[in-house]
Design a binder for this molecule. Structure first.
Ligand code: SF4
Ligand code: SF4
Length: 140
């Protein structure tokens, strides 16, 4: 995949902390043991990292129109398609479960819901549905 100008991971390593990675027996919210210098990016096993890490790219990185301010480490929120459903997801660190309420992120999520997407924010085992009218509440 061709890199998009201005869309490098840089010092972000948010996905290496927030996402569950079965291949590494890593739970959501636990920083990967191979992550170099949290807050400055880098993988200690880059050449031999699992395929799932090679394949993963958050939506921010792949969307040239998404603001630099939405980089996951800046908002505390990864925007991603759920591979197992039609949901558009905002995934946050369980330590900061409401980072998705940051105005810039929330505005984006409401716009996605207005466009007909099922929008869900997640932090660990907790999740919330966001509606196109700006209302939100826990998923039941
Ligand atoms: S969350 Fe996105 S920008 Fe951050 S390290 Fe992962 S792929 Fe790169
Ligand atoms: S193996 Fe490397 S790329 Fe994969 S989660 Fe760990 S630090 Fe990130």
């Amino acid at each position: 995949m061709l890199a998009i100008p201005g869309k490098a991971c840089g010092e972000c390593s948010f996905c290496c902390k927030v996402l569950e990675i079965a291949e590494l027996a890593k739970s959501a919210g636990k920083l990967c043991e191979h992550c170099l210098n949290a807050g400055s990016g880098g993988c200690g096993i880059y050449a031999g990292r699992p395929q799932v890490c090679r394949d993963y790219e958050c939506l921010w990185k792949g969307d040239r129109d998404m603001s630099p301010r939405l980089r996951p480490d800046r908002t505390g929120t990864i925007l991603m398609e759920d591979p197992d459903s039609d949901e558009y997801r905002a995934v946050c660190d369980p330590e900061k479960p409401f980072a998705w309420l940051t105005p810039l992120v929330f505005k984006h999520l409401v716009a996605m819901a207005k466009n007909g997407r099922i929008v869900v924010a997640k932090a660990g085992l907790k999740s919330w549905r966001i509606r196109g009218n700006g209302q939100w509440g826990p998923c039941v």
